[in-house]
Design a protein around this ligand. Structure first.
Ligand SMILES: Nc1ncnc2c1ncn2[C@@H]1O[C@H](COP(=O)(O)OP(=O)(O)OP(=O)(O)O)[C@@H](O)[C@H]1O
Ligand SMILES: [Mg+2]
Length: 246
């Protein structure tokens, strides 16, 4: 479903992603872990083309983009982007729109689809994330966990092949973290392909098929969650896991 080869991203004169290679199979859940500044967010943003890499290739679904060659066209950008939906640390809902209006906005505006149909689909997704009763509220009347569940439903509206999550619970109060993690676990059970940046190691062990440990712009170690998170081979992985335990 996703293949990344020799991906490189440079900001000014710092190479933030040095040479990234990995694959994600259809239905797989991949957790991306590693210290602050290691390049996790940058990697996720490169998959969604919120950042444009300098070198390497990204394939998602049937679309491959090679960044080494000519300038990226609008068509390539839109085609690759259509395969993924992104959920951020902050919730990025439109403050002047209700939950249901937030959720139907993109397909209504971008795809020009029928509003009634979208409302019905949106309500179904809100039901799934436990937010149907809040559909007519504005974001500022919701808790962080509720806003994040609405943001997940909004990303799902575009029926992405892959969901990308960047620390979806790190801006939440501890008591609402669980409700968001449960929604993500339900998606995993349904076979939704996902790449999740997270510091929740227990969650990563439960939900993922593969863990990528990043440090200094490289994927230092990858493999099954028990291998990488419980008995890692690399010294840098062990040091990181020790640090976050303390
Ligand atoms: N827009 C930018 N311009 C310049 N440098 C950037 C930019 N965005 C990120 N960086 C740098 O790239 C490196 C990787 O940042 P990134 O945000 O990808 O790390 P991260 O692993 O997500 O960290 P965290 O766990 O703190 O979220 C950092 O050194 C950061 O300072
Ligand atoms: Mg980050």
């Amino acid at each position: 479903m996703i293949t990344v080869e020799k991906l490189k991203k440079v900001y000014d004169d710092t190479t933030v992603l040095k040479s990234i290679d990995f694959t994600v199979k259809k239905g797989e859940v991949v957790c991306l872990v590693g210290p602050s500044g290691s390049g996790k967010t940058t990697l996720l943003r490169c998959l969604n083309l919120l950042e444009v890499p300098e070198e390497g290739t990204v394939t998602i679904g049937k679309k491959t983009v090679d960044f080494g060659g000519k300038k990226l066209s609008k068509k390539d950008t839109n085609e690759l982007r259509a395969y993924s939906g992104m959920v951020f640390q902050g919730f990025h809902l439109f403050p002047h729109k209700t939950v249901i209006e937030n959720i139907i906005e993109a397909p209504l505006v971008v795809q020009g689809r029928d509003k009634k149909e979208l409302v019905a689909e949106g309500e179904e997704l809100l039901q799934k994330v436990g937010m149907l009763e809040h559909k007519d509220k504005y974001p500022d009347a919701l808790s962080g966990g509720q806003q994040q569940r609405a943001a997940i439903a909004r990303a799902l509206m575009m029926k992405p092949e892959v969901m990308l999550f960047d620390e979806p619970t790190s801006a939440l109060d501890p008591q609402t973290v669980g409700e968001v993690l449960r929604v993500i676990e339900d998606l995993a059970k349904e076979g939704q392909t996902m790449v999740i940046v997270t510091h929740e190691m227990n969650f990563a062990r439960r939900v993922s098929n593969q863990v990528l440990f990043m440090d200094g712009g490289y994927i230092v170690e990858k493999g099954e969650p028990e291998d990488v998170l419980v008995s890692p081979k690399e010294k840098r992985t062990r040091e990181f896991l020790q640090l976050i335990k303390e």
